[in-house]
Ligand binder design. Structure first.
Ligand code: PEP
Ligand code: MN
Length: 340
């Protein structure tokens, strides 16, 4: 539920409210407003009535309302203004700046990742992507360089200064990945791995949550809620294409998910046209379309030699393709009232 504190509620009254919420077995999440604080309290829905009664009686409390949506902390009911998520001291997502994340599907060698990092940085990317742990559909496909790959990513960051987004595939390796990553990616195949979601919810790094390939928008928000309910409110959602009957593209980029999500949540939303289309020829047009639809960023696969990539070569852009895309992107970014 949402507990709206009175304007001018004292520190002590706020602490008492927080204490009471905890006593009742609920978890409080404070959202600081310009004139008053709001507390999102989440817990067993069956106890709702009792908790509302108890909280309404408190002196610093103005009003108590149930949150009607099944996702609570992710919903606009709790927080109307958009969340701006800090990635580094000088970079955040969800504000006026459109964020571009680019890099290879998988880290393959020092030369490959450093070369790509320098190229995407030069072209204007803000974040370097690259998988060290690869959740592949086949157990016989390349599974990633694992910790060695993380170390190469760290080198690429040292060379370019680009922050890193990389995937975490299980709770066991999450702490290790978090030592290197600036953003933890949860991939489509793990989007309803609730133990993993809870684990990244306890880490202090922003999470890029991809939509499961057969997940509804509401289910995506419930997965975000798993992360947030553990205390990590820094969740970035990613539309990366869903399974449909269409076979001309790898998936179908659900562009309408972007405005739908914006109506439902304060969390930033990015699009991944590489995995959505599976074909490098469609990556640029779908990037432009995603920006027009209101995305806060895009994620694009770039490889210096796509023909020899260990994974996702057909959808990977060359550095040259990427640089051309970035130039054209500028127009769409400006047209949508944002900056690159
Ligand atoms: C990836 O980003 O490399 C990836 C595996 O994406 P997805 O989880 O969307 O398939
Ligand atoms: Mn990929």
């Amino acid at each position: 539920m949402i507990i709206v504190m009175k304007t001018g509620a004292t520190k002590r009254e706020k602490e008492e409210a927080l204490g009471r919420i905890r006593e009742l077995g609920y978890k409080p999440h404070v959202i600081h407003g310009s004139t008053r604080d709001v507390i999102g309290a989440v817990g067993d829905e069956r106890e709702k009535k009792m908790v509302i009664g108890a909280m309404e009686a408190m002196s610093g409390v103005e009003s108590v309302m149930p949150i009607l949506k099944p996702y609570k902390l992710a919903s606009k009911e709790v927080k109307k203004e958009k969340s701006i998520i800090r990635i580094t001291d000088s970079l955040s997502i969800g504000g006026p700046q459109l964020i571009v994340m680019a890099g290879p599907c998988a880290i393959e060698s020092e030369k490959q990742i450093i070369e790509t990092a320098i190229a995407v940085k030069e072209a204007g990317a803000h974040v370097l992507r690259g998988g060290a742990y690869k959740p592949r559909t086949s157990p016989y496909s390349f599974q990633g360089m694992k910790e060695k790959g993380l170390k190469l990513l760290a080198k690429a960051k040292a060379v370019t200064g680009l922050p890193l987004v990389t995937e975490v595939v299980n709770p066991e390796s999450a702490d290790l990945v978090a030592e290197y990553a600036d953003i933890l990616q949860v991939g489509t195949r793990n989007a309803q791995n609730f133990e993993l979601l809870k684990k990244v919810g306890r880490l202090k790094k922003p999470v890029l949550l991809k939509r499961g390939m057969s997940m509804t928008i509401s289910e995506l928000l419930m997965s975000a809620e798993y992360i947030m309910s553990e205390g990590n409110l820094s969740v970035i959602l990613c539309e990366r294409g869903i399974r449909t009957f269409e076979t001309a593209t790898r998936n179908t980029l659900d562009l309408s998910a972007i405005p739908v999500l914006q109506g439902e949540t304060h969390l930033p939303i990015i699009a991944d046209p590489s995995h959505a289309t599976g074909n490098r020829n469609y990556v640029a047009p779908m990037s432009f379309a995603a920006i027009a639809a209101g995305a806060d960023g895009i994620m694009i696969e770039v490889h210096p030699d796509p023909e020899h990539a260990t994974s996702d070569g057909p959808q990977s852009l060359t550095p040259k393709n990427f640089s051309a895309l970035m130039k054209k992107l500028q127009l769409f970014v400006e047209a949508s009232g944002r900056e690159l």
